[in-house]
Design a protein around this ligand. Structure first.
Ligand SMILES: Cc1ncc(C[n+]2csc(CCOP(=O)(O)OP(=O)(O)O)c2C)c(N)n1
Length: 545
């Protein structure tokens, strides 16, 4: 599609409106989808997006749209875009903006706002949006006809600077119609921070430390780039060095490999993982970001940090020089393996594996470990998994055997419920040929199950497993741990199968692992959405934590 140019100083008067200019900049930057929920104030922008070939993915809550957009963007290597109206629609952006900020996801949110020169008495739907979102965004600005050519590209670029995160722009309905007079290039600045220092010295130092270590553990975190996955995989497999990951980078290494120790950062088996960390005599934090860790071991244990950009909040541990991961990995790969480690964490790995071998004590429920085993055996290794937040996240976060990079999605920096289904939509649209599994609790499912209709409508089929325990089980377990009286943690069932059917999606319920496996496999083979309700006993999770 031919797109009219922005008017520059020497341009002839084919002048675009500010909304058209904004849409054009986004399209020129490679944006092909904008997620959102409209209000009257953004109709013109939506129309201009349509004219330049950018699809508007209509969702049923702005928060869900923001989550879907962030995952879509991250998988495509560009910012995801969410568009909302002013006031209430904009207010619903706190969760996705907070999530993008703490989970390092590139998200540009645009909402309407009243024009700056509105009468002061005009307070209808007026909220202090910039002041509110400035605290969780890397860049906040008002789009005007004067500045669209500057601020929209800048907002896109800020999202892609490491650590990735959100930008927030407002555009009033009145300004949207005014001519855009300023023009500059668009495009998204590349995020890759390169520190062209020679890393060979540092690599030699690490090799010397590793040569002396009996129990080294490489802990990989959110700050590594997927483009380095092959280097990381080569290093940990050729050197056979013990490796652990945080949940947000599950799949960066093959979790079925013999040297994989486990997932650290607050998932199931966390006490065991903390013991493993404490047992290491050399801890290397490759891209490790404490934003994912709900304890303080990151500050107490003697980590050697290998970071290429500051962590969330601009944090850089003391005495840590930023390095280019690709360079240091290449320098390490040029060295011989410094030692031979014969499974120094075997006892932890055995205990971790054995944890899955339980049985449910409650009749008619499925042992959580069987859910993992049945689904992992049924679905292909490239399957993308998106979880919600709760006990089931701890289960999948620790035990789902991720085998490929970027195949596991959860909210962990923020840990906000209602992430799973929205993330699944974003991921499925970004990777239309890859099977997708959403694993959610019945609490989280009831927060945004209506997006099943969205998924069907926009052609993003996936399998959803709802772990039904009739409670906010993670919090119920915490209540028990604090020896408080049982109080207000249970709810009555809302029929998962009927919800699915009401949204135009097939639904089944089973407590049988074989039935679960075959239902999931069949749905993936037929590329159809399916919701599977699986009754679980909340108390079974206790045996896994
Ligand atoms: C938006 C939001 N509200 C509340 C919480 C606190 N919280 C964390 S887990 C959880 C329970 C989730 O219940 P459910 O979705 O049924 O999953 P389960 O724990 O039963 O697996 C709650 C309420 C949160 N993390 N996010």
């Amino acid at each position: 599609m031919e797109r009219p140019a922005l008017a520059g100083p020497a341009d002839t008067p084919r002048m675009l409106s500010t909304a058209a200019a904004t849409a054009k900049i986004l399209a020129d930057a490679g944006i092909d989808r904008v997620f959102g929920l409209p209000g009257g104030e953004v109709l013109v922008l939506i129309d201009e997006l349509r004219r330049v070939g950018v699809d508007f993915v209509l969702m049923r809550h702005e928060s869900n749209a923001g989550i879907a957009a962030a995952v879509y963007g991250k998988l495509r290597g560009q910012p995801g875009i969410v568009l909302t109206t002013l006031g209430p629609g904009a207010a619903n952006l706190m969760l996705p903006l907070g999530s993008a900020y703490l989970d390092q996801e590139p998200l540009l949110a645009i909402s309407a706002q009243l024009p700056d020169d509105s009468p002061r008495s005009h307070t209808h739907q007026l909220l202090p949006l910039h002041e509110t979102y400035r605290h969780v965004c890397k860049y906040v600005e008002t789009i005007t006809g004067q500045n669209a050519g500057e601020v929209v590209p800048r907002a896109l670029a800020e999202c892609m600077q490491r650590p990735f995160g959100p930008s927030y722009l407002t555009l009033s309905a009145r300004e949207a119609l005014k001519p855009a007079v300023a023009a500059t290039g668009s495009g998204i600045a590349q995020s890759d921070v390169v520190h062209p220092r020679d890393c060979r010295e540092q690599a030699k130092e690490l090799v010397a430390l590793l040569a002396k270590a009996k129990r080294p553990l490489v802990v990989i975190g959110l700050g590594v780039r997927t483009s380095n996955a092959q280097r990381i995989r080569r290093l940990v497999s050729e050197w056979n060095v013990p490796v652990a990951v945080t949940p947000k980078v599950k799949g960066i290494v093959d979790e079925t490999a013999g040297n994989f120790v486990g997932v650290v950062g607050g998932m199931a088996a966390d006490a065991l993982m903390c013991d493993a960390l404490a047992a290491a005599d050399l801890l290397i934090g490759l891209g490790l970001d404490p934003v994912e860790i709900d304890k303080t071991w990151h500050a107490e244990l003697p980590f050697r940090w290998i970071l290429e950009a500051p962590n969330v909040g601009g944090m850089v541990p003391p005495n840590t020089e930023l390095v280019d991961h690709a360079q240091i990995l290449d320098a390490l790969l040029a060295e011989r393996p410094p030692s031979v480690w014969r499974a120094p964490f075997q006892e932890f790995q055995d205990k971790r594996r054995d944890l899955l071998n339980g049985r449910s004590e409650a009749p008619g429920t499925m042992w959580p470990g069987d859910i993992i085993r049945a689904l992992a055996a049924a679905l292909p290794p490239e399957t993308i998994v998106a979880t919600d937040v709760g006990s089931h996240k701890y289960l999948f976060g620790q035990f789902w055997p991720s085998r490929q990079p970027e195949t596991f999605w959860m909210s962990n920096g923020l840990s906000g419920m209602a992430y799973g289904l929205s993330a699944a939509i974003g991921a499925r649209l970004a990777r239309p040929t890859i099977p997708l599994l959403a694993a959610v609790g019945d609490g989280g499912f009831s927060m945004n199950a209506q997006e099943l209709e969205t998924a069907e409508r926009v052609g993003a089929p996936f399998v959803t497993v709802v772990l039904e325990d009739g409670s906010y089980s993670l919090i119920k377990l915490a209540q028990e741990d604090k020896k408080l009286d049982p109080y207000r943690m249970d709810f009555r069932p809302i029929d998962t199968v009927k919800i699915a059917e009401a949204c135009g999606v097939d639904g089944v319920r089973t407590a049988n692992p074989d039935e679960l496996a075959s239902a999931a496999r069949r749905a993936v083979e037929r590329r159809r959405s399916l919701v599977i309700g699986v009754p679980v006993n909340y108390a079974d999770y206790r045996k896994l934590f």
